[in-house]
Write a protein that binds this ligand. Structure first.
Ligand SMILES: *[C@@H]1O[C@H](CO)[C@@H](O)[C@H](O)[C@H]1NC(C)=O
Ligand SMILES: *[C@@H]1O[C@H](CO)[C@@H](O)[C@H](O)[C@H]1NC(C)=O
Ligand SMILES: *[C@@H]1O[C@H](CO)[C@@H](O)[C@H](O)[C@H]1NC(C)=O
Ligand SMILES: *[C@@H]1O[C@H](CO)[C@@H](O)[C@H](O)[C@H]1NC(C)=O
Ligand SMILES: *[C@@H]1O[C@H](CO)[C@@H](O)[C@H](O)[C@H]1NC(C)=O
Ligand SMILES: *[C@@H]1O[C@H](CO)[C@@H](O)[C@H](O)[C@H]1NC(C)=O
Length: 770
């Protein structure tokens, strides 16, 4: 009898004398290590925590823990969530070794556990919620709230110390990016079903990334602000608010990852997610339609729900391919958008097959006529889809009375669909409207497993049919889930292109796509300004060069969409080699940290406009690329602020080469980026000095390409005592002109004709290739 009495006395004391208990030592600190500097102190009385990073302004206090069970909210603030046990110890998982502390609670009839994993070899903390018995009656009746809350973080403190970047909306979280100061009046954090990873940083760019670390489709971040503006309050991590029950042994984790630098922290955070779920970059890097140029017909394209006058789509596509071939544009695939299949209720997909008015001879015949593989678009499933058993079809779907959509729950459906599509050359399945499909059904919003099952099923079917997937209109939850789906290799990161619109600003969205091992796609573009008779009235594209540069530097798909006889061939060929292989940098161009800090703090910290950087790494040498566009004021950049890290000393240059050459390579050698717009945007290149025995040389590369030194072109660089050899690759018979700056000679241009195998070795001293 004594033990239960003591326990209940103890728990009463906790609520009456929390401060006293803190005094009595009810706090437990984890020990920082060389690799994990985070200070994390758990308050064993409240289950909450304090977290900070030394030498930074990063400093967080938890808010209360809560769980909705059997229709009632159990929370630590009013004592209704009752602590029953505390446990701690050591453990190890995919992320590494950790110290843990777990607290068991009673929420009415359900046991729930909250736990901390403090990693010793990774600068990370994982917060877990575990439901040994599951829980019923968990819905709070609002999909944009969460029905559980741990960790919860108070928005507090004064302005000027911390800021946030918040991914949200669709397009892989790139369509609605929020940024601002992190303090007691913060608003604008992307929250609920369309919310996403949250990045918090100080003025020295000490950064933490917070996001779900498991059960990505079921988890949400909920900013519970106060007042009508919804400011301050707290940020809660938990299960989305309409989930009705949680199955036994369900486990949900949130990760907090620290690093110096916003790009760096996001990259390392993404790497941790990829390691945890076994996703590698190999499949993305070998993705055909990210590596070769293709022709697009999606929204914004000249031929979007629009054909040549008096012709059907089949003949129009054949004409486009004949024209582009004759013009010398080596398109390697064709994208077919939503105009070719059958629509049902509310514009959803009824049957994913070609309509005879569009392709009278069928998809197989089209594929044979154009001789190119196909990237094909798909939408949300209509409730009257012919595939569903409910409509006389062969497959299990969920169809809801109150919704216009339906969702497949049948692996054989996807297998059969992709077996058929193999016959007409499908290589990439583009699943669009991912957000609408998920949000449009009660079933997906109220389940912990259905959303994940849906994505995993078509992901697995794609893998077994050698297909890759492009996500379009993906919320951050879909984006995070893609770390468990190797077939997802590319994703749209901004809204739909329309000639003249602003969707090219993908510098921040690309950071997340790249962090998660997916190629960012800018969407299509016109390569010329005026294309008469388009479906967009008198719309024109004033900045085709900017569009082409952004697409190429993204390292993702490049997909122009010009009218027959309307392409700027020279501009398009700046992106690729003679057989359509994209000459891209080693990684996607991303906005520099100081651009993001400027956007968030609104101080004179960074460029006022777009400054993105990327590079090509070849044979241990780094060739930098800096894009500056729509810059409202001059801005000085150097190797460190460009994110190039330790660099060999060299020069930065742009065209025309002289007099633009500027020393570059350290934190003190500044390159002046001049105020510019969208037509006079600048692309700067950096190249290291190569010291040969009797001369200094610099590789300038192909001046007629956006990426003059690309790993797709320059396979290796050999340095001898007094000479330099480059192994080049491309199309058989292709002419490649490489430029160099050589000692006293100055600019040297060497023209190479590639052999039948599409290779050549360029010898600098001989100024020749063999
Ligand atoms: C904190 O920063 C100061 C100044 O930069 C440095 O000397 C010190 O070693 C840093 N301390 C830690 C714990 O990083
Ligand atoms: C939830 O409901 C199911 C079905 O009624 C029941 O079997 C299960 O025990 C309940 N779980 C909890 C934790 O109450
Ligand atoms: C959310 O915020 C409101 C207003 O501050 C507060 O009353 C409520 O307790 C909070 N809810 C939770 C679950 O934290
Ligand atoms: C269902 O499958 C059968 C056998 O493969 C096929 O003949 C039939 O056309 C399918 N039904 C529908 C509606 O697709
Ligand atoms: C596009 O058409 C307009 C109106 O005819 C013309 O003024 C402009 O010069 C054209 N631009 C280009 C790049 O051809
Ligand atoms: C450097 O030395 C090589 C090999 O001896 C020679 O071919 C080349 O012309 C020299 N270059 C200069 C600039 O002296």
């Amino acid at each position: 009898m004594i033990l239960p009495l003591l326990l209940s006395l103890w728990s009463t004391m906790e609520h009456v004398f929390p401060l006293l208990l803190t005094w009595l030592g009810a706090v437990a600190a984890f020990s920082p290590t060389d690799t994990n500097p985070i200070n994390l102190v758990v308050n064993q009385a409240t289950g909450g925590f304090k977290l900070d990073v030394p030498n930074s302004s990063l400093n967080f206090n938890s808010a209360e823990i809560f769980f909705q069970v059997s229709g009632k909210l159990y929370r630590t603030a009013d004592g209704s969530l009752k602590k029953t046990n505390i446990d701690d110890g050591l453990g190890k998982d995919t992320l590494g070794k950790y110290q843990y502390k777990s607290i068991l609670w009673q929420a009415g009839g359900a046991r729930v556990e909250t736990y901390y994993r403090y990693y010793t070899d990774v600068p990370a903390v994982v917060f877990g919620q575990h439901f040994p018995d599951g829980a019923n009656g968990t819905s709070v009746g609002n999909p944009d709230h969460t029905c559980t809350g741990f960790p919860t973080i108070a928005l507090e403190g004064q302005a000027g110390l911390l800021a946030y970047l918040s991914f949200g909306g669709n397009m892989f979280g790139g369509a609605s990016i929020g940024a601002g100061e992190w303090y007691y009046q913060t608003t604008g954090i992307r929250s609920g079903i369309t919310g996403g990873p949250l990045v918090v940083f100080d003025r020295n760019l000490n950064t933490v990334v917070l996001s779900p670390f498991s059960e990505f489709m079921a988890a949400s971040v909920w900013h519970n602000g106060t007042g009508s503006g919804g400011y301050g309050g707290e940020v809660n991590y938990g299960i989305m608010g309409d989930v009705e029950n949680i199955p036994p042994n369900f486990d949900y984790q949130t990760i907090l990852y620290y690093d110096k630098g916003i790009n760096q922290a996001l990259h390392e955070w993404g790497g941790a997610l990829m390691r945890q779920y076994g996703k590698t970059r190999a499949r993305t890097e070998s993705d055909f339609s990210s590596n070769y140029i293709g022709y697009w017909t999606d929204n914004g394209a000249y031929y979007y729900y629009h054909t040549e006058s008096g012709k059907n789509y089949e003949d129009t596509m054949v004409d486009v391919m004949a024209y582009t071939k004759e013009a010398g544009i080596p398109y390697r695939y064709l994208q077919l958008d939503s105009w070719w299949y059958y629509k049902g209720v509310a514009g959803g997909v009824k049957t994913w097959d070609a309509r005879p008015d569009v392709f009278p001879s069928g998809l197989r015949a089209l594929y044979e006529k154009i001789g190119l593989p196909i990237v094909a678009h798909n939408r949300y499933w209509a409730k009257d889809t012919t595939y569903a058993k409910q409509n006389g079809g062969n497959y299990s779907f969920i169809v809801e009375k109150q919704s216009t959509l339906s969702i497949p729950i049948d692996m054989t459906f996807w297998d059969d669909l992709f077996t058929q599509s193999a016959e007409w050359g499908l290589i990439v399945y583009e699943q669009d409207w991912l957000d609408v499909e998920f949000k449009g059904l009660k079933a997906t919003l109220s389940s912990t497993s259905l959303g994940k099952q849906w994505l995993m099923q078509f992901g697995q079917a794609a893998s077994s049919h050698d297909l890759n997937i492009q996500y379009c209109m993906a919320n951050p939850r879909h984006a995070l889930q893609s770390v468990q789906i190797p077939a997802v290799t590319q994703a749209r990161v901004s809204g739909d292109y329309h000639p003249g619109n602003e969707q090219w600003r993908i510098g921040i969205g690309s950071i997340m796509a790249h962090a998660l091992g997916v190629r960012p796609f800018k969407d299509t573009f016109w390569s010329t300004t005026n294309q008469t008779g388009s479906p967009y009235g008198h719309a024109t594209e004033p900045y085709p060069r900017l569009q082409a540069a952004v697409a190429t530097l993204s390292a993702g798909p490049v997909g122009p969409s010009d009218m027959v006889k309307g392409a700027d061939v020279n501009l398009i060929m700046r992106s690729c080699n003679a057989e359509g292989l994209l000459l891209k940098p080693s990684r996607p161009a991303t906005a520099i940290d100081l651009q993001i800090a400027q956007k968030a703090f609104q101080l004179d910290m960074g460029p006022k406009g777009e400054v993105w950087t990327t590079y090509s790494d070849i044979a241990g040498l780094r060739f930098g690329i800096i894009l500056a566009a729509d810059l409202q004021a001059d801005w000085n950049i150097n190797a460190v602020t460009a994110g190039f890290g330790e660099m060999m000393l060299g020069m930065a240059f742009t065209w025309p080469l002289t007099p633009s050459m500027t020393p570059f390579g350290t934190a003190t050698e500044n390159l002046l980026l001049k105020q510019c717009g969208k037509d006079d945007f600048a692309v700067w290149y950096t190249s290291p000095f190569l010291t040969l025995q009797n001369q200094t040389a610099m590789i300038i590369g192909e001046t007629d390409k956006w990426v003059p030194v690309s790993p797709q072109r320059v396979k290796n660089i050999l340095m001898f005592d007094s000479n330099l050899e480059l192994s080049l690759a491309g199309a058989p018979g292709e002419t490649v002109t490489m430029s160099f700056m050589v000692g006293a000679k100055g600019l040297v241009e060497i023209k190479c004709v590639l052999n039948e195998a599409g290779t050549a070795t360029l010898n600098l001293n001989k100024e020749a290739c063999y």
